[in-house]
Design a protein around this ligand. Structure first.
Ligand SMILES: [Zn+2]
Length: 220
């Protein structure tokens, strides 16, 4: 599949700004770039609006996605509200007929579960430019509220961001029947299988004595 990943805002337009000045534009970029890498690890094609802190108009975004004949358009944003206790994820679709309805529900459920944040559900808007002007099915993710002090603090944490990106990526991949591919693949060398433990221990000790200090025994 060819995914168009749109990271909200950028450059002169920071989007929402958190209580300690974390910018939506920077956070959406950070999340989006990891999602891009994850999709590419699973051999998906990815086109993006931007890969740095630069401003692009809404018109530019949808035109680029349309001219690239992307299959799906995914826009990544952080939400904001004057009520600073507002918290939770939302997914926006153009209307109820969207073929991404299941994907939107899954994204909402998985983000809510994994990030332990309220599920504000799937919402509809015929006004949002990225939903209205895209030829391909599109959705917009409001990951959580950057205006919430605790959420903003979490968004500064790389492990928290990695959980978000894992959740988004694995949900997108499962929509196209693919598995998340962890880029930390370990290639292990096995030098023997025994049903007698002593034989295994002897071979382990021999390997260690020959300098293979990381040798270990595991059972299957
Ligand atoms: Zn936004």
């Amino acid at each position: 599949m060819k995914w168009y990943l749109d990271f909200g805002h950028g450059g002169k337009d920071p989007g929402a700004v958190g209580p300690t000045n974390l910018k939506e534009s920077d956070t959406a970029l950070k999340i989006g770039m990891i999602v891009k890498e994850n999709l590419e690890n699973a051999l998906e094609k990815v086109i993006t609006t931007r890969e740095n802190d630069k401003y692009y108009s809404l018109d530019y975004r949808t035109k680029k996605a349309n001219s690239e004949n992307s299959d799906y358009f995914i826009s990544i944003h952080l939400n904001s509200a004057t009520n600073t206790s507002a918290k939770g994820c939302e997914i926006w679709l153009y209307d109820e007929n969207s073929i991404l309805k299941n994907l939107a529900n899954n994204l909402c459920n998985n983000l809510s579960d994994k990030m332990n944040t309220p599920n504000r559900g799937v919402k509809y808007s015929k006004k949002l430019s990225v939903l209205k002007n895209t030829k391909m099915p599109s959705l917009l993710i409001e990951v959580d509220f950057i205006s919430n002090k605790e959420v903003e603090k979490s968004l500064r944490n790389d492990i928290y961001l990695k959980n978000i990106t894992y959740t988004i990526s694995s949900t997108l991949l499962s929509f196209v029947n693919k598995d998340f591919v962890d880029d930390k693949v370990f290639y292990r060398v096995c030098i023997g299988s025994f049903n007698n433990k002593d034989n295994a221990v002897n071979l382990k000790n021999e390997a260690i004595s020959k300098g293979f200090k990381d040798t270990y025994i595991y059972t299957t």
